[in-house]
Write a protein that binds this ligand. Structure first.
Ligand code: NAD
Length: 489
């Protein structure tokens, strides 16, 4: 059985207790990870604090960039074993985890490009003999906490901007999928990152709590559920620590009658069944214009029934098991609730049966039609392969339903009418909008939510602001005497 050690101060580290990592395809433990105590977390934060003060904040940007590129190279070289480990840990298909390793390397390179370009400004003041300039300064130790659905993919949104801007980090991956994060930190040691710059502690909520309450943590970036995010924001507020929150979603995928329906249906399938629906941006509400409603429902139900379930490590598999038992039970519970509320089941509807599926946490790709916006299945995040199809009559109704949930992460609009597209996009209260595509992503494009989906932005230039504060410097070079009791302008 594999064992993944934590990385603290540049070395592998163990805890008094360990946890088992369960492979959701076989139902068996495949690895062990340390279960960090509060003292272990404190040791990691102290190492990160020391590395920040004594080393990383003074390391020139060009050297930070060199190390980040070296880590990207190592990740590309190790992409296959890393993807295999991640698929074993959380059941995501190997095609997806492989592409996520490469995307993580791309993000490292994108932000490495900024490490030596963190320019401030010179600001002309009313008084010409006062020189004013700004600097972008790192906060110090950043706590990076991630969810189980895409450990490296989510970390790739946080670690690169944190490092590029001169912060050191303590990462806490989810207790349900920690192995690849430990491996990434091990690679970072191998390519020469100074001890303490990148630390990983493993464990559950108790380890996370020790991290967010450590007095030396100066910044928190969190990806996970909204309830945990709210708790973290409340806790951080007591010390006024800045927080970035990437939380849940209930994203509307809106198909108008003038859309290219073949592409829209592929987009709808990708939106909800890719990664077995375990993505924050899952297009879990399919809003369909009445004139094409029956056609779309029939096509989606057929496509859902044809999805190939199986071993996540088999390149032919289209959907793996869901990642862990609590999540599996939660999804089954929400399917039952939808049935009880009168949603019309047109595909799936429970556990998937079939050859090779018996030991895994498989849910059949599920489609409910005639869902009403007031049903639980239309309002709550499922985080599984369950689609709610909701009909609408016109643009106003589509926008009203789209915005009528607590979340505001993403949305998509399918239409060939350019005026309609701009009109609808203008009214959507979400952080990301796709037009005639779904789940597209780029290192350059900012990503994040509004409402219960969180705040702050990851990726793109916007992410630099999450890990820096502006320091303004005024220098009076006039040598003139001043009245001490009057404000100087
Ligand atoms: P979760 O909130 O249960 O856990 C996320 C992380 O927080 C884990 O590492 C967990 O150990 C840690 N944690 C739990 N309690 C903590 C505490 N008190 N203090 C500090 N850390 C604590 O979420 P999950 O079940 O792992 O992930 C699923 C959720 O993540 C879904 O709601 C999904 O939408 C969301 N998600 C969001 C995005 C995004 O970018 N917006 C991406 C992926 C997943």
């Amino acid at each position: 059985m594999k064992h993944a050690a934590m990385i603290i101060d540049g070395k592998p580290a163990e805890a008094a207790a360990t946890r088992e990592a369960i492979n959701p395809y076989t139902g068996r433990a495949w690895a062990t990870i340390p279960d960090a105590s509060a003292a272990d977390v404190g040791t990691a934060v102290a190492a990160a604090d020391r590395a920040f003060r004594e080393n990383w904040r003074r390391t020139p940007g060009v050297e930070r960039a060199r190390l980040m590129h070296a880590l990207a190279d190592a990740l590309v070289a190790e992409a296959e074993p890393m993807a295999t480990m991640e698929s074993t840990d959380n059941g995501k298909i190997i095609r997806e985890t492989s592409s996520q390793m490469l995307f993580a390397a791309r993000n490292l390179r994108f932000f490495a490009g900024y490490a030596d370009k963190l320019y401030g400004r010179t600001i002309p003041l009313d008084n010409p003999s006062v020189f004013d300039y700004t600097r972008r300064r790192p906060f110090g130790v950043a706590a990076l906490i991630t969810a189980w659905n895409s450990p490296i993919g989510l970390l790739a949104n946080k670690l690169p901007p944190a490092l590029a801007t001169g912060n050191t980090v303590v990462i806490k991956p989810s207790e349900h999928a920690s192995v690849t994060t430990c491996e990434l930190a091990r690679l970072a040691c191998e390519v020469g990152f100074p001890p303490g710059v990148i630390n990983v502690v493993t464990g559950g909520p108790a380890a996370g709590e020790a991290l967010i309450t450590d007095p030396a943590v100066a910044k928190i970036s969190f990806t996970g559920g909204s309830a945990t995010g709210i708790h973290i924001a409340e806790t951080a507020a007591r010390r006024l620590v800045p927080v970035t929150l990437e939380l849940g979603g209930k994203s509307p995928n809106i198909i108008f009658d003038d859309a290219d329906l073949d592409r829209a249906i592929v987009g709808a399938v990708s939106g909800i069944f890719a990664a077995a629906g375990q993505t924050c941006v899952a297009g879990s509400r399919l809003l369909v214009h009445r004139p094409v409603y029956e056609r779309v429902v029939t096509a989606i139900a057929e496509r859902a029934a044809a999805i190939r379930l199986g071993d996540p490590l088999d390149p032919a598999t289209e959907m793996g098991p869901v990642a862990n038992e609590p999540q599996y039970q939660r999804i089954l519970g929400l399917i039952e609730a939808a049935r009880a509320e009168g949603a019309v089941l047109v595909a799936g509807g429970g556990r998937a049966e079939g050859p090779g599926l018996a030991d895994g946490l498989f849910i059949a790709p599920t489609v409910f039609a005639d869902v009403r916006p007031d049903m639980r299945i239309a309002a709550e995040e499922v985080f599984g392969p369950v689609l709610s199809v909701i009909p609408f009559e016109d643009e106003d109704e589509a926008v009203r339903i789209a915005n009528g949930v607590e979340y505001g992460l993403a949305a998509a609009v399918w239409s060939r009418n350019i005026d309609r597209v701009y009109r609808v996009v203008d009214q959507l209260e979400v952080g990301s909008v796709w037009v005639n595509t779904y789940r597209s992503t780029a290192a350059q494009a900012p990503f994040g939510g509004v409402k219960r989906s969180g705040y702050g932005r990851e990726r793109g230039e916007d992410a630099l602001a999450e890990y820096t504060y502006t320091q303004n410097v005024m220098t009076d070079w006039s040598g003139a005497a001043r009245d001490p009791f009057v404000i100087r302008t």
